[in-house]
Design a protein around this ligand. Structure first.
Ligand code: FAD
Length: 286
């Protein structure tokens, strides 16, 4: 199918983009890498009057460390994350996750900010952002505000961004020497969206994991942080019985949404497998 007719405006600053969002309200849509927007237009699932192309805004393309914070700008592409030594050093969870996102051609165009703003519950980046305790930086007519990742994803394809706000940057605490991370997903074919996935992070002290974060994706309408399973693991020496207890806690707190190919029971079973693998990977110190 072909996209419906729309106006197209290419902007070179955040302020220009915000002004257009204010003028056009719900009739405007941001275009970043276009890997989701163009598909929804072509399938006539959305019908904006004007597309605001933010891809020329150089200020949103930086990967930089300032003090103890890694900044990843909204227009950084998935491929740039994949190639970045700075990200491998300071946020290795992102380097582990990125090969699972679609295929190379899509990763070359699609952006980190576009994925976070779109808030697909099966996407990898929202779960990673929560696992890494990231803060999302939004800019609107009133200025800049910061939103913790665990408060950003409100519902299916729904975020805390206002209609006239742009996601401009993400702040990630840089890796501490004790930080261990794990990422895993189960998909029908490599590059497909996951049936179930996990992004995990913890501080390892000897045989003990502290402050573990287990964030599942593709199982609910938003990323799902398994707080009960986290509490079981936190501060304990990891024995088989602790892992079993964490799996039972997950069964008690997660009731996955079925999708076209997988039932809720299948997703729950896969999530328990992913949790066990993540705990073992974290305790092995990756
Ligand atoms: C075949 C295929 C397979 C895919 N597989 C995966 C996968 O396995 N995992 C995965 O995570 N993704 C997957 N994707 C999606 C891909 O990662 C997209 O790149 C991503 O979802 C959107 O990024 P984008 O830059 O292309 O955003 P766009 O398509 O340009 O925009 C997406 C949405 O976000 C809004 N938006 C974009 N940037 C901003 C911003 N800075 N501030 C506010 N709003 C903004 C847009 O208005 C739009 O609503 C796949 C896509 C395709 C076509």
């Amino acid at each position: 199918m072909k996209a419906p007719a729309f106006d197209y405006v290419r902007v070179s600053s955040v302020n220009e983009a915000i002004a257009l969002l204010q003028t056009h309200g719900d009739d405007a849509k941001i275009l970043a890498g276009g890997q989701t927007v163009m598909a929804t237009l072509n399938m006539r699932l959305s019908n904006p009057a004007v597309l605001v192309d933010i891809s020329p805004i150089a200020a949103l393309k930086r990967i930089a460390v300032q003090g103890n914070t890694l900044h990843v700008g909204a227009l950084v592409t998935h491929s740039e994350i994949e190639a970045s030594g700075v990200i491998r050093e300071h946020a290795p969870l992102l380097s582990m996750a990125v090969p699972h996102i679609a295929h190379k051609a899509i990763r070359n165009m699609g952006t980190w900010g576009g994925s976070l703003a779109y808030a697909d519950p099966a996407a990898e980046w929202p779960a990673c952002a929560i696992a890494l305790n990231a803060t999302l930086v939004a800019q609107g007519p009133q200025g800049v505000r910061k939103i913790p990742a665990n408060q950003f994803f409100l519902d299916l394809y729904t975020t805390a961004l206002a209609a006239d706000e742009l996601l401009i940057d993400v702040e990630i605490p840089i890796r501490t020497p004790q930080q261990v991370v794990a990422f895993n997903e189960l998909a029908r074919r490599h590059g497909d969206y996951a049936i179930a996935g996990i992004a995990a992070c913890a501080q390892r002290e000897g045989e003990v994991l502290r402050d573990p974060r287990f964030v599942f994706f593709a199982v609910a309408s938003t990323p799902f942080q398994a707080t009960k399973a986290q509490a079981v693991v936190n501060g304990k020496v990891l024995t088989n019985s602790v892992v079993d207890e964490a799996v039972n806690a997950l069964r008690g707190e997660l009731e996955p949404l079925a999708d076209l190919t997988s039932s809720s029971a299948t997703k729950l079973h896969l999530s328990t497998v992913l949790l066990q693998r993540a705990i073992h990977a974290l305790s092995a110190g990756h």
